[in-house]
Ligand binder design. Sequence first.
Ligand SMILES: CC(C)(COP(=O)(O)OP(=O)(O)OC[C@H]1O[C@@H](n2cnc3c(N)ncnc32)[C@H](O)[C@@H]1OP(=O)(O)O)[C@@H](O)C(=O)NCCC(=O)NCCS
Length: 333
Amino acid sequence: MITRTVITGTGHYVPPRVVTNHDLAKLMDTSDEWIRERSGILERHHVDEGIGTSDLAVEAARRAIADAGIDPATIDFIVAATLSPDHYFPGIGVLVQAKLGLGTIGALDVRDQCSGFIYALSAADQYIKAGTYKRILLVAAEVQSSNLDFSDKGRDMSVLFGDGAGAAILEPSSNGDGRGVLSTHLYADGNFVSHLWMEKPSSKDRPTFKPAFFDEGRFFPKMEGRNVFVNACQRMPEAVRTALEANGLAVEDIDTLIPHQANDRISLMVAKGLKIPVEKVVRNIDRFGNTTAASIPIALDEAVKSGRIKRGDLVALTAFGSGYTWASALIRW
Ligand SMILES: CC(C)(COP(=O)(O)OP(=O)(O)OC[C@H]1O[C@@H](n2cnc3c(N)ncnc32)[C@H](O)[C@@H]1OP(=O)(O)O)[C@@H](O)C(=O)NCCC(=O)NCCS
């Protein structure tokens, strides 16, 4: 009997403070109209000082654990995805482990930015199929707001991103009902590193933190928005098609598509590129902004809890982001 990875619980958490487009318009030369039109975002959540990425991850993890109805002591591995760890090192996996009191289980940190959740899901899926681990906590979390440039200079980036976390509990199933992760597909093209990156701090510099870099704003993330847009609109549909082909399925078989919530215009272009009805596409960027690795598990949790995703449905995930990295996954729910 084939062993598949099933998701037995999901959860998400966003910090309570809501930041609207109007709030941002008080800080920089932007407007609610510009942000809505170009991105579909109305508001996002920002943490208050003192709250780190692992704190959001822990809250989302607690909710996924409760949803799965499991004893946390039975979790035997953690895979954590973020581009915004609490510290330069170590990653958030070990902090999540300690804060949840999960003994000495291993914690793998994944750094694939907006594609992080699918990369992490793929790694966890292999461990489970191989029989290495039996109950994995998969968590993706981001605090973007503490390092965005809220001046006019950084307005192309700072209006798009939000803070949040999503989590899932993964377990093996061999009961032959066809449910579980069908396949994952991971891609990267490192020639585009500088099109979406945070260049500094860099191990190439001595010292790593030069005061001039602060003055030049080089510790802020930067993006070639148009290039990201074009590549995202091409790569996500491509990756979904590859996943469908690998499983002998067609676009019509998809019940729910969850694209990384990069920009609502990108999600609509992905729907158009795949010729999938827009009603099948989960779009919640209006309330959360782009939460990078956390966007897919947040959307997944909302879609499951609202009853939009039902047992037996075919769910497609796809993401694109810094690296560039992109990915897809098919799950029989
Ligand atoms: C960033 C993005 C929304 C910009 O939209 P766009 O349609 O390319 O923007 P346009 O080129 O029409 O407009 C750019 C103009 O708006 C201005 N602008 C940028 N940000 C602005 C803001 N927040 N408010 C007002 N004006 C802004 C620019 O300065 C530029 O002005 P100029 O023409 O005088 O130079 C779009 O490129 C995008 O969504 N890219 C992908 C972003 C993304 O998803 N990143 C994460 C990937 S995981």
